[in-house]
Design a protein around this ligand. Structure first.
Ligand code: PLP
Length: 394
């Protein structure tokens, strides 16, 4: 079907606007079948054989996400963000050198620390916000992949995608971008030269904290892309059709949710900036953030819904604030409609490089004034040394 040249917002809201050809229904159908009928001549009606390889319900979400990222439809869903990220690394060959952002989602760092060695990958962590450091670490002909997360968890460091892509490509390396936090609403990495984009679709893409899913997209259908696709099929790392259906449904409101979360995050960051109980508000939308200028150029329409605060009273104060909030939900993850607060160092465990005085906030779509009042009250009433159990936990 011919696609109208409409804006990404319209595409997302209408989920392509293609009615189901059988019923005329505007919501796509869910195909729970694990296998597809073979014709007497041995052929398959639509070329689909088995759901581990293909399912029409995946294709709706994959097509929509590809259109939003501008990836010419090269997208595959995975069972989780981690399944998506690890499929990219596992499509490399033993001995390949990989350069990875030093600040990044801890699950990827932990997986690399545990499995990269057995896979034979030569993984090097570097500060990808420092172009000199990236240039010094690239090994022409040996570096096969540069893995970048921007804004990066949980300090919200900003990497200049166009500059890193230029350096990496000159050395013969691909660039993969974890675009979970920015989403295609705020950053489209392919427009900055990225070769691959990865998502934890569990976060903003679905947006309702009720689906675990991931995705990898490619600018080209080259042999490396085929390895990633075949990894999903052969390792069985796909979501179920119901999750894929929920994901496409969540993506219909992606623009509204991401813009709202970004506006509120900026309002909260601006309000908290300079608060006497805090040493730092980490948010790329604040002019003092070291990555602000790049973010203002690279991100369109907002700086995202994630920020972190560092407490003047240290770890104890951070935990006291965590216990004192009443509107924010104390939970891990991000990108849902409800606002979350988390003590990242405790969640990541003893090997975490995250400062113990840091609280990570994922801003949802509630009224900004309720969130600000909640943080103001928690910062005002929680003092270091306050007994851990003295707050009523709701
Ligand atoms: N990438 C980022 C930036 C994340 O925040 C997460 C999860 O928190 C992941 C990847 C992993 O995704 P999942 O939890 O869907 O496996």
């Amino acid at each position: 079907m011919e696609r109208l040249p409409v804006s990404p917002e319209t595409l997302a809201a209408q989920g392509f606007g293609e009615a189901d050809p059988v019923s005329g229904g505007l919501a796509p159908v869910i195909t729970p079948a694990t296998n597809f009928e073979r014709q007497p001549d041995g052929s398959y009606r639509q070329g689909r054989v088995y759901t581990r390889a293909d399912n029409p319900t995946y294709e709706v979400a994959e097509g929509l996400l590809a259109a939003l990222e501008g990836a010419d439809c090269a997208c595959v869903l995975f069972a989780s963000g981690m399944a998506a990220a690890t499929a990219v690394f596992q499509s490399l060959l033993p001995g390949d050198h990989v350069l990875v952002s030093r600040v990044l989602y801890w699950g990827v760092r932990k997986w690399l620390a545990e499995f990269a060695l057995t896979w034979g990958l030569d993984v090097e962590f570097t500060d990808t916000t420092d172009l000199g450091a990236v240039a010094a670490c690239l090994r022409p002909g040996r570096t096969r992949l540069v893995w970048v997360e921007t804004p990066a968890n949980p300090m919200w460091d900003i990497t200049d995608l166009a500059a890193v892509c230029e350096l990496a490509h000159a050395a013969g390396a691909r660039v993969a971008v974890d675009n979970t936090v920015a989403t295609p609403v705020l950053t489209r990495p392919f427009e900055h030269g990225a070769d691959l984009v990865m998502h934890s679709a569990t976060k903003y893409l679905n947006g309702h904290s009720d689906v675990l899913a991931g995705a990898v997209l490619s600018a080209r259908r080259d042999p490396f892309w085929e390895r990633i696709r075949s990894w999903r099929r052969n390792a069985g790392a796909m979501p179920g059709p119901f999750e894929a259906w929920l994901l496409q449904r969540g993506m219909r409101t992606l623009f509204l949710r991401v813009h709202r979360a970004s506006e509120t995050a900026l309002a909260i960051a601006t309000h908290l900036d300079g608060h006497p109980a805090l040493t730092e508000v980490l948010y790329p939308g604040l002019p003092a953030h070291p990555g602000h200028e790049i973010a203002a150029r690279q991100m369109t329409g907002g700086f995202g819904g994630m920020l972190s605060i560092r407490l003047a009273g240290g770890a104890e104060h951070a935990v006291a604030v965590l216990q004192a909030v009443r509107v924010f939900k104390r939970a891990t993850s991000l990108g849902g409609v409800e606002s979350l607060i988390e003590h990242r160092a405790a969640s990541e465990g003893p090997s975490s490089p995250v400062p113990a005085d840091l609280l990570r906030l994922s801003i949802g779509i509630e009224a900004a004034r309720d969130l600000i009042a909640d943080l103001d009250a928690a910062l005002g009433q929680a003092h270091p040394g306050q007994a851990a159990g003295s707050q009523a936990l709701t």
